[in-house]
Design a protein around this ligand. Structure first.
Ligand code: 6R9
Length: 644
């Protein structure tokens, strides 16, 4: 991507949110680093503590434990404290289904539903520390169930509804979940996603599952196994109206969320309660400056971290009104999202560069048909935003009135790390740069040896201090946790992204420095894809590379060598595509499958990924002197050329 700098001086924009001098940010930022204890002590008051904490931070590298000794419950933050206040009749959620169904859910409705679902979970034997896998579409029950899990002290493990049976089984087994919560189905572009059926296949190999709790959403017939499956609506009839929230330690786990790393197996990122909650709320306030009048819309699915933090926890804990939409952005028409902004008067809109680029393709006439004048703030997440997409977004959606918070962060960081923060002050934005670190975040750009680089040089980003949102660790993976994040630059957290700091101190996040790719903002690793591919009976060896894609950011390009006696054909390609989708999920759909005789390898037998990437991208190959066998490079290239 281009890092060409272009300044937008938002300071002079007629936006009521821009009135603080830069000094306010600098003072707040400096105080967060010079006296973190005092800083976080003050900022922990966004949450209501049942028992006050004793110590702000226990830092035993690489483990950070925040607000030690404190007790609280996250469902209490998101529900009880609002339902007991003037906010009880305030709208918590405007929900809109893909088929046009709508629900307006107040904080007292939310309170009632969360309590009833907590009672159902309890009656099914779910209690403190139990793991509950959640495989749901974007319906209000997604929120009820997550908060009901918090309420009884259970740890939720959400799996995005595009993942396959095999992916569910792997995550259920790694987490040791006792229960799966799913729905009969969901809607996606006019079709029914058969969620219950996908779960049925998964539970054939999940010995720890005692119950599958099924929410009737789509009306189609589903098969219920009387030994395990229970309908939510049956149990809700006798549910208690109130379940006392379990007092959790601040350092107790809140959830596990699996995400891709460099190994073939996704890692269970484990987040805690108090530190995560404090981080979620403060980061949302800093980056988007919400008020009680705001209508917030984060378009992410709760299946990803963005949905966890900025659909469920932060907006609800802050008592905001938000929009949740079930379906695809372009269904039934490509202006569905603009229609929703218009209908609900959305004021803060947070989405991904992939979505923006998709809309750009359809032209500026579509958003122009709708009244978007309620918008005050825009946001972007998931991948670097290219300056063209930034400008289009700024002009056609924000009508040059709304700052864009380009939020850089990760599943592991719990919340935003580097982003413009209109909630603190204003400063000129640069399209394509996530700008400056949030309070408490101490980033440096370093070379491979960990030496801090001068301005304008590209290297790795590293974070020198723990912050409240940092994960507790990897579930079942202490060694992996140390190795993945802390071994490269000892004592510093290593996110795995390339970055550059310009002469104004602005950070540019330039994509992953490892074998993780982001397809439409969704994180997946080449190792995971390769592992799935070699599980197919026709495949001898596989290697996966990515190629920049105009809309999706990156696209998957697969190189395979076939087993003896298997003929390369369009049919095998179709089979492999199908195989990847059923082994991992729809996000694993390859853009291109290239058959080769041999994979290019180094003398020590390692696949030359740089070279495959070059082939997939048609760029000069560079130094190939460490290749084992030159001919295979040419073969790969020839095969690629044939496809063009
Ligand atoms: C929140 C989320 C994390 C990776 C991260 C980076 C990329 C996310 C970005 C961005 C540039 C942004 N990323 N936001 N890159 N600018 N604003 O996406 O979490 O799915 O764990 O992915 O996404 O490469 O390392 P996750």
């Amino acid at each position: 991507m281009s890092t060409e700098e272009k300044k937008f001086d938002t300071q002079n924009l007629p936006t009521k949110t821009y009135f603080w001098p830069l000094k306010r940010y600098q003072d707040l930022y400096n105080s967060s680093l010079s006296d973190p204890e005092a800083f976080w002590a003050k900022h922990s008051d966004v949450l209501s503590w049942e028992k006050p904490w004793e110590r702000v931070l226990d830092w035993n590298p690489p483990y950070a434990r925040w607000f030690v000794g404190g007790k609280l419950n996250m469902s209490y933050q998101c529900v009880d404290r609002h339902a007991k206040s003037w906010r009880k009749s305030k709208v918590a959620i405007y929900w809109e289904g893909e088929n046009g169904d709508t629900q307006t859910i107040s904080y007292s409705d939310l309170y009632e539903n969360v309590n009833r679902y907590a009672s159902v979970l309890k009656k099914l034997g779910i209690g403190k520390g139990d793991k509950v896998t959640v495989y749901l579409p974007m319906i209000p029950e997604m929120v009820y169930i997550l908060l009901a899990c918090n309420r009884v002290g259970a740890v939720h493990n959400v799996i995005f509804s595009g993942f396959s049976s095999q992916s569910i089984a792997d995550r259920v087994n790694d987490s040791g979940s006792k229960m799966i919560v799913t729905a009969s189905g969901g809607h996606r572009r006019g079709k029914i996603l058969p969620l219950k059926e996908i779960v049925d296949e998964a539970v054939k190999s999940t010995p720890t599952i005692e119950h599958v709790l099924v929410i009737k959403y789509t009306g189609h017939e589903v098969v219920m196994d009387p030994t395990k499956d229970v309908w939510a609506h049956d149990l809700l009839k006798d549910a208690d109206k109130y379940v006392a929230p379990e007092a959790m330690e601040s350092t107790d786990p809140l959830f596990i969320l699996y995400t891709s790393g460099t190994t073939g197996k996704p890692k269970g990122i484990l987040h805690g309660t108090g530190g995560y909650g404090v981080w979620a709320c403060n980061t949302l306030k800093w980056a988007f400056k919400p008020t009680d009048e705001s209508v917030f819309w984060c378009t992410a699915d709760v299946g990803w971290i963005t949905g966890h933090t900025y659909v469920v926890y932060a907006p609800l804990a802050l008592g905001l009104t938000q929009v949740i939409y079930e379906g695809a952005p372009d269904y039934p028409s490509v202006d569905r999202w603009w229609e929703i902004i218009d209908k609900y008067g959305v004021s803060i809109f947070y989405t991904s560069p992939t979505a923006i680029r998709m809309f750009m393709r359809h032209g500026e006439e579509l958003p122009a048909k709708h009244d978007l004048s309620t918008l005050e703030m825009l946001g972007s997440v998931g991948e670097p935003i290219n300056p063209e997409a930034w400008e289009w977004y700024y002009k056609n959606i924000g009508h040059e009135n709304c700052p864009i918070s380009d939020t850089w962060w990760q599943t592991e960081t719990g919340g935003f790390m580097i982003t413009p923060c209109p909630g603190i002050q204003s400063f000129p934005l640069k399209p394509g740069s996530a700008t400056l670190p949030l309070p408490g975040v101490d980033p440096v750009v370093v070379d491979a040896e960990g030496k801090i680089l001068p301005a304008n040089e590209t290297g790795f980003i590293a974070i020198r201090k723990p912050w409240p949102g940092i994960m507790l660790g990897i579930y079942n993976g202490d060694e992996l946790y140390k190795k993945t994040y802390w071994s490269r630059f000892p004592g510093w957290y290593c996110p795995g992204d390339f970055s550059m700091k310009d002469s104004d101190g602005y950070l540019w996040l330039l994509g992953r420095a490892d074998e993780v790719i982001k397809v439409a903002g969704h994180r997946i690793s080449t190792a995971e894809l390769e592992h799935a591919l070699v599980g197919h009976s026709s495949v001898a060896e596989a290697a996966v590379a990515s190629r920049p894609d105009e809309v999706k950011g990156e696209a998957i390009v697969v190189f395979v060598t076939l087993k003896k006696n298997v003929e390369a054909s369009a049919e095998v390609k179709r089979e492999l595509t199908h195989h990847l989708r059923s082994a991992i999920g729809t996000i694993a759909t390859p853009e291109e499958i290239i058959f080769v005789e041999k994979l290019p390898k180094t003398r020590s037998g390692k696949i030359m990924r740089r070279l495959l990437k070059a082939v997939a991208n048609e760029v000069p190959i560079g130094d190939t002197t460490t290749l084992d066998d030159e001919t295979s490079v040419n073969e790969a290239r020839a095969a690629f050329d044939e496809l063009l």
